[in-house]
Design a binder for this molecule. Structure first.
Ligand code: PLP
Length: 398
């Protein structure tokens, strides 16, 4: 019969995209909307990368490439991993996909099946549990607390590791919390993971966006023995302001890379040739623009977190990285506006959009009810004005 596949019944559409649609409607009506819901840099891709892509097109980057990426891009990824992370993978471990989200999806298809559980610490990026569900496996959510910096503790991890657990997905720095693991935190988790044979997937897409001298450390440099089951996911979207080019990758054990080659070879084939050439230029090129963007994000983070903490009833932890403030609005739950009770973060986010024209994302879809995620990937004047608008909206509550 003409029915949709049953596997879709348990999968939620993207909450961040839903807020973007509502904000888009307000904008279409001519309103200025503060863009705190976006998950991408506001900067255009640096000029030298755009120029390299134009030159690559004229030189014939218009054909298929090898399924898992060009030799040039794999070499650039290996060299960049050594330069920035202190360990050098082999080109055969690298699988280039259409964005880190696609790399994660291919991993889900290649590794998970019905009966498998995948550990995901909350708050989590919305796509992790949904991708696990899409392939018929079961997400197992493990809560973290703000007091612990939204980091998974050894005790919580240890208690969650049952024989059904096939993998754990860690994200550092994290979307949505901006929280990141130090070498000490990772070493403690590595000790627990040594005792349970499962895949370890580390999403490091925000690892270059850390502030105040925070040092991003990657598991292979402190727990080499876990390498046979460790998979790193990374990409150019966030660091190089290249979300639209759709280039991400995984670095995995060779046997996993071979499985990914099969999955990708039967689905999307290679990521766009011109985008791969642009990614080579990004990874091998000058880093002045990258440093300037990071410095801007660092300043904006300080402005946003300070402004949020100045709102009565709102608390916001200073995040180590990414470009999100994850603020606790629980003290406002149950307050009302013109007789309408704002019972949840979802209603609060709608209220801020309607009354303050500030687009935020509710915490519930990230597994953190009562919180809101506010992206600071926008200019400082917007942050000042937008958080002031939220403050005025809060002051209107009974
Ligand atoms: N992982 C995390 C934690 C993200 O926040 C994102 C983007 O929002 C991605 C992966 C996917 O990035 P892309 O597919 O653009 O490379």
């Amino acid at each position: 019969s003409r029915k949709l596949a049953e596997r879709l019944s348990s999968v939620a559409p993207s909450a961040t995209l839903a807020m973007a649609a509502k904000a888009g409607r307000l904008r279409a009506e001519g309103h200025k909307v503060f863009p705190f819901s976006v998950g991408e840099p506001d900067f255009i891709t640096p000029a030298h990368i755009r120029e390299a892509a134009k030159a690559a097109l004229d030189a014939g980057a218009t054909h298929y490439t090898p399924v898992t990426g060009t030799a040039e891009l794999k070499a650039a990824i290996c060299a960049a991993t050594e330069r920035h992370r202190g360990w050098r993978p082999l080109p055969g471990q690298v699988t280039v996909s259409c964005g880190a989200k696609h790399a994660l999806f291919n991993l889900a298809v290649s590794l998970f099946e019905p009966g498998d559980e995948v550990l995901i610490p909350a708050p989590y990026w919305v796509s992790y549990p949904e991708q696990v569900r899409l392939v018929g496996a079961t997400p197992r959510i493990v809560d973290t607390t703000e007091e612990q910096g939204f980091r998974l503790t050894a005790e919580a991890l240890s208690a969650a590791l049952t024989p059904q657990v096939k993998a754990i997905i860690l994200c550092s720095p994290s979307n949505p919390t901006g929280s990141a693991y130090t070498a000490e935190h990772l070493a403690v988790l590595a000790d627990v993971l040594r005792r349970h044979d499962c895949w370890i997937i580390m999403d490091e897409i925000y690892s270059d966006l850390v502030y105040d001298g925070f040092r991003h450390v990657t598991l292979p440099s402190i727990a080499e023995d876990l390498a046979p089951r460790l998979i790193i996911v990374d990409g150019v979207s966030k660091t190089y302001a290249m979300t639209g080019w759709r280039i991400g990758w995984s670095i995995s054990p060779i046997e996993v890379a071979k499985a990914l080659d099969v999955v990708q070879g039967q689905s999307t084939t290679n990521a766009a040739a011109v985008s791969q050439a642009a990614a080579v230029a990004a990874l091998n090129g000058p880093r002045d623009d990258i440093h300037a963007m990071r410095a801007a994000f660092g300043r904006r983070r300080d402005v946003m977190v300070r402004a949020l903490n100045a709102i009565p009833g709102v608390r916001c932890r200073m995040p180590e990285g990414a470009f999100y403030a994850f603020a606790d609005f629980r003290a406002l739950r149950g307050r009302s506006f013109q007789g309408r009770v704002l019972a949840s973060d979802i209603e609060l986010a709608d209220f801020f959009l309607e009354q303050g024209h500030a687009a935020t994302v509710a915490g519930t879809p990230f597994g953190a009810p009562g919180y809101l995620r506010l992206s600071y990937a926008c200019d400082e004047a917007d942050i000042e004005a937008g958080i002031a608008a939220i403050r005025r909206a809060v002051e209107m509550l009974d």
